[in-house]
Design a protein around this ligand. Sequence first.
Ligand code: B12
Ligand code: SF4
Ligand code: SF4
Length: 335
Amino acid sequence: MKWDEAFLKDLDVVDYGYTEESVPESLDHYNQWVESAKHTPLQYLEGDRQDKRQDLKNHWSEFQSAVVFLFSYHPTHFELQELMKNNPAWNGLKVASYTLGFDGGDYHNLLRDKLTKIGDQLKSQYELEYKFTLDTHPVLERDLAMRAGLGWFGKNSMLINRREGSFFIIGSLLLNKKLEYSKAAVEVDHCGQCNRCAEACPTEAIDPVTRTINAKDCISTFTIEQFKLETTPSLKMNLSSGEIFGCDICQDVCPWNKRVDRLQKFERIEWNDNHKKILDFFMLRPVEALSSELESMSGGEFERRFDKTSFSRSGKRGLLKNIRFYIKQKLDILS
Ligand code: B12
Ligand code: SF4
Ligand code: SF4
């Protein structure tokens, strides 16, 4: 089969691959991870949804093959780093760079539309049915991308692509037909002796031997998935680096991402209204002003303002918890 490369490029696809394997290669790693409770508090990774993850056919019985796509947000990551280096109004708080990728919208909506466009084209060309999978479906997506030859599991557990690094979102189309497409060779490990991600993680959440993380110590879990102030000793001791939504630290230090910074000449991004709304609110004014505005804002008002952005996931409640925690940690350090 032949892809229309220009069509995919227009949809911001930076790489793609194909596989017919329905069973994840790293299933044992996943099952052991859940059995040893390293996934807590993320209950959606156990029970029924764990069973579905064992085989794509448990999720969709008609599965025959999958095309996996990488949608990069590295240019936005680069621009955000520049802002933190050069903008004197920056207040020291950090949001994960994927929140500003995809025009500052919630990638779930945007990429669903892009995957549907590609799926519809395949459907009319090959008379097949498809289902898309994007983050929330019970699919081990990194493993699926690995099976499609798109990268290897870094010690930080990210899927890393030799050309694109790891600042991308994985989205896939599951198909009920096999396509005439050469099967991918699985990428080999390129971490070697490097251990920078595990050394840089402030909360020591990374286990570089099993290439998994301890979810409850991970800043990303704490700032995106938890609404209550339940901290582990490691978070309490070590989280003061400014993350209030997600965390990019173990990717920032990765030489494979630094290589992308060096080699791909990104055009500077002009922030749009969506970006400005996020940056002005969270990062470009004094922390106290942000905190008091959030305190006085109703949940509904926050929803209206940040509807269709990634921040609607944690809502006002989650963000306020994160900012209060940050302020308290700073005060503790000063006292
Ligand atoms: C739950 C989840 C989280 C949890 C847990 C993360 C985790 N590491 O599992 C939390 C909330 C912490 C999280 C955080 C983030 N997430 Co998240 N998350 C998911 C989700 C929904 C499921 C992940 C999962 O199944 N984990 C299970 C564990 C066991 O898998 P794993 O950690 O990848 O471990 C594998 C390796 O260890 C591997 N392995 C280890 N050794 C070996 C050896 C060999 C030989 C082999 C073959 C395999 C192998 O086997 C394990 C099982 O597959 C996926 C979407 C999806 N449906 O898949 C997105 C996803 C993984 N997240 C993503 C992103 C972008 C993030 C963040 C960067 C967001 C942010 N900036 O804050 C951080 C990164 C944190 C990190 N270092 O992982 C992207 C990752 C893209 C990429 N390049 O890899 C995904 C794929 C979403 C998407 N559609 O793009 N996430
Ligand atoms: S996302 Fe942050 S807290 Fe989580 S493993 Fe990576 S560096 Fe550690
Ligand atoms: S920082 Fe080093 S060890 Fe960690 S994922 Fe990147 S290359 Fe691998």
